[in-house]
Design a protein around this ligand. Sequence first.
Ligand SMILES: [Zn+2]
Length: 90
Amino acid sequence: MTEMSAIFSNMTIEQEKQWFAEQQEAHRLDLEREKTEIANRKPAEHHINCRDCGAFVEKWRWVHKDHPQAIRSGWRPMCGSCFDNYDNYP
Ligand SMILES: [Zn+2]
């Protein structure tokens, strides 16, 4: 008899393993894509200053000027130390 997954009732153990392997691979590809995307960012196309103190922020925090949220709700990047100030924010 085929052993069934304890997590997914409709999957066998083999299928469950396969599913997790696929998730892991998809996650790895996502991270890679994100790394490349960040490396290729151009300052002219991004908001690159902290919305609170105006300091230049790390590249991974940049917000693309064409991002719908940047256009609609004024989403801006925040530097690490300003972000930390919001730690106790409800
Ligand atoms: Zn700041």
